[in-house]
Design a protein around this ligand. Structure first.
Ligand code: BES
Ligand code: MN
Ligand code: MN
Length: 455
């Protein structure tokens, strides 16, 4: 619509400046030293929402970092959209790999470089500016609520309690989230699913203290060697996960569905070159897109033990550790898989060591139907601004709260991400293309317009 275009064009630079200011706040939820920054960021989000024209915006304290809630109600009989996002970001380390400060955003070649630029400040902020556009041009026809949390990157430990305690407040006809990726600006796509997560930590103990590796080496099992062997046994020669029962509940995709997925363009050479790998790896019998979309996986997120400082120390360590996570696909349950993982690790540990495995966090997978009113509104909105029908794809990452929203609020979640897989989420030099930021702001008002009619 021309009124939207005019408004957005006139205010384009301000939109960006505001986002950059938000990116300057180091809202790292994982680190306690950033607690004041978290509070400041929540306050900034609340202020920006008020300026955009909401009726009310509130900061709700939780046992962890606060949740920002806001709403603009036009008519209780009209459909209500709940926008979810997160203002917290991942730690920026390793800092030396950043070309500019993670919290000093810079624009290079039309891309904003900063921690959180894509995940998720840049993306939820598109919704704040879309709302502003609708309000300031007097074209808002539905109700819009915002729930912007501060603990997504640490597993949303307090959000489920908040949602369960505030069902009335959050009541909506759909949840709209921009916290994932699309294929490209030329090939728009919509995520119809996300994977779940089971995250554990393993501690392997051998001798009761660090030993001289010459005096004892050869006579006592080295916990690092044992842990490495245990880990190596978790995949077979086809890169299938060996844990009994791991695949039992996996919802297999039909041949039709797989044929549809195969339509999404994929350039293997470009993919490999971008990552600097010579060969791709993965479960036999599945394509790369399937391996990251419809298949569960097991990843080592960290492994340590013994001496890792400067120089060499001849030590036979007492302990070795690993952080291990599984990505889950629909029908797999996070608690069940966590239980399987822990029991399996304990079972395969040889008598030379003792093993302690504990849960970090988990989350359920999510799948959204493409015949829902919300999906249709999102597809139509993208068609309008991209000139192409978005391809339905499965996202590999996780947003654990999706399944809880569906259950507690009894409505569907739509994942309308405007990021790119190559945006370096959780990595050094995270970025968000300005073109994607503005495309999101342009597209989102159409979602509301179409959902207002058909929701
Ligand atoms: N925005 C991501 C999830 C995502 C990324 C979905 C790309 C689809 C495509 C989110 O912030 C995230 O990183 N989630 C964590 C989950 C968590 C429990 C810490 C993840 O996926 O590792
Ligand atoms: Mn995110
Ligand atoms: Mn993230």
């Amino acid at each position: 619509m021309d009124v939207w275009k005019d408004y957005q064009l006139k205010n384009k630079d301000r939109f960006l400046e505001e986002l950059l200011a938000l990116l300057r706040i180091p809202s790292v939820s994982a680190k306690s030293e950033h607690k004041p920054d978290m509070a400041a960021c929540a306050e900034a989000v609340k202020q920006r929402l008020l300026e955009a024209g909401v009726d009310k915006a509130e900061i709700h304290a939780t046992a962890g970092h606060p949740v920002v809630y806001a709403e603009k109600m036009v008519d209780p009989n009209k459909p209500t959209v709940l926008v979810y996002g997160h203002y917290d970001v991942q730690p920026a380390e390793p800092l030396e790999l950043w070309k500019s400060g993670p919290f000093e955003p810079v624009i290079i070649d039309g891309k904003i470089f900063a921690r959180g630029s894509c995940d998720d400040k840049g993306q939820f902020y598109m919704h704040v500016k879309a709302l502003e556009t609708l309000i300031k041009t007097n074209t808002l026809e539905n109700n819009i609520k915002f729930c912007i949390e501060g603990e997504e990157e640490v597993g949303s430990p307090n959000l489920s309690k908040f949602v369960k305690a505030n069902k009335e407040l959050l009541a909506a006809d759909c949840v709209l989230i921009s916290d994932s990726a699309m294929i490209s600006l030329d090939t728009p796509s919509l995520d119809i699913g996300l994977r779940g997560l089971s995250y554990i930590e393993v501690e392997v103990t051998g001798p009761n203290r660090d030993l001289h590796s010459g005096v004892y080496g050869g006579a006592v099992a080295n916990p690092i060697t044992i842990l490495a062997k245990m880990i190596a046994s978790l995949h077979d020669e086809n890169n299938h996960i060996t844990i009994p029962g791991f695949y039992d509940d996996v919802l297999e995709s039909s041949d039709d569905e797989r044929a549809l997925m195969a339509k999404a363009p994929f350039d293997e050479k470009e993919y490999k070159d971008d990552l600097g790998v010579k060969e791709l790896w993965g479960e036999k019998g599945f394509s790369t897109n399937e391996r990251t979309g419809i298949r569960p996986t097991l990843e080592l997120n960290g492994i340590w033990g013994g001496y890792t400082g400067e120089g060499a120390k001849t030590v036979l360590p007492s302990k070795a550790f690993a952080k291990i996570s599984a990505r889950l696909v629909p029908n797999q349950g996070s608690e069940k898989i966590t239980d399987l993982l822990i029991k399996h690790i304990e079972k395969i540990a040889p008598a030379y060591v003792t093993v302690k495995a504990t849960l970090h966090h988990g989350g359920e997978p999510y799948l959204t139907p493409i015949d829902s009113a919300a999906y249709k509104a999102a597809a139509k909105a993208m068609e309008t601004t991209f000139g192409k029908t978005p391809i339905p794809v499965r996202g590999g990452g996780s947003i654990p709260i999706c399944s809880l929203f569906e259950k507690e609020l009894d409505c569907k979640v739509v994942l309308m991400g405007f990021g790119l897989d190559s945006d370096n989420l959780h990595s050094p030099n995270e970025k968000f293309d300005l073109a994607n930021f503005y495309k999101g702001i342009e597209t989102i008002p159409y979602f509301h317009k179409f959902f207002a009619k058909e929701g």
